[in-house]
Design a protein around this ligand. Structure first.
Ligand code: GTP
Length: 204
């Protein structure tokens, strides 16, 4: 049994005055696209958001075949580590796939592969040839990573990589990733221009 946690508690500042999680991407809210993709690879989906986002996200998910649980931030605006903490504490499976709400190209085959690779470790984290850790598209042992996120916040740190330093994880390299997904899986939408480009990809 496995869970996906979708992080949606950010302020979308580069996106303008609207929450990108519920923005329309070729006829479907972005977060709904993410939920419906991850749903193919997991048994349960948890959405982390602020209390004030909840109604709009619930409305974006209305009628979806994916049953959703919500994990609201205890305190808003504490960063992605706090979002992971709230989301992972709501997980009742050993492992969880964590993904940002703005990654609509996320690919289920990669998720399944990351779950396989994580067995026996606290996490399996993609790391591309550019050296970048893809922490918002990775599988974590939920309790271990939640504890690490708490310790990170307690230490006054905000980077997800600071939480990684507190667990035992493996990295999954670009060649292995390419066997299961195109690198587009990691593309995220920060601006209206990026939304328009992504919409063109979904419409073709
Ligand atoms: N719970 C929570 N999640 C956050 C917070 N900040 C960012 N996130 C999430 O972390 C992920 C990566 O963040 P960004 O891509 O920078 O998104 P963002 O912060 O909404 O966008 P910008 O304001 O434009 O940077 C997204 O899924 C966000 O929803 C936060 O303060 N709390």
């Amino acid at each position: 049994m496995s869970t996906a946690v979708i992080l949606a508690g950010g302020r979308s500042t580069r996106f303008g005055n609207r929450d990108k999680a519920v923005a329309d991407l070729a006829g479907t809210p972005i977060i709904r696209r993410v939920a419906e993709s991850v749903d193919e690879a997991v048994d349960a989906v948890v959405i982390n958001c602020r209390a004030d986002q909840r109604a709009a996200i619930e409305s974006a998910m209305e009628g979806s075949r994916t049953p959703i649980r919500y994990a609201e931030d205890e305190r808003p605006d504490e960063g992605p580590v706090a979002g992971m903490l709230a989301g992972l504490r709501a997980v009742d499976t050993e492992y969880a796939f964590v993904v940002a709400c703005d990654m609509p190209f996320v690919q289920p085959l990669l998720i399944e592969y990351l779950f396989e690779r994580a067995v026996g470790h606290d996490a399996a984290v993609p790391r591309l040839d550019d050296g970048w850790f893809q922490t918002t598209q990775a599988v974590y042992r939920a309790a271990a990573m939640a504890d690490a996120c708490q310790a990170t916040l307690d230490a006054g740190e905000r980077k997800v990589t600071a939480a990684l330093d507190r667990i035992e994880y493996i990295t999954v390299g670009e060649a292995a990733i390419r066997e299961h997904a195109s690198l587009r899986t990691f593309e995220n939408i920060n601006t209206r221009e990026e939304l328009a480009e992504a919409a063109a990809a979904f419409e073709t």
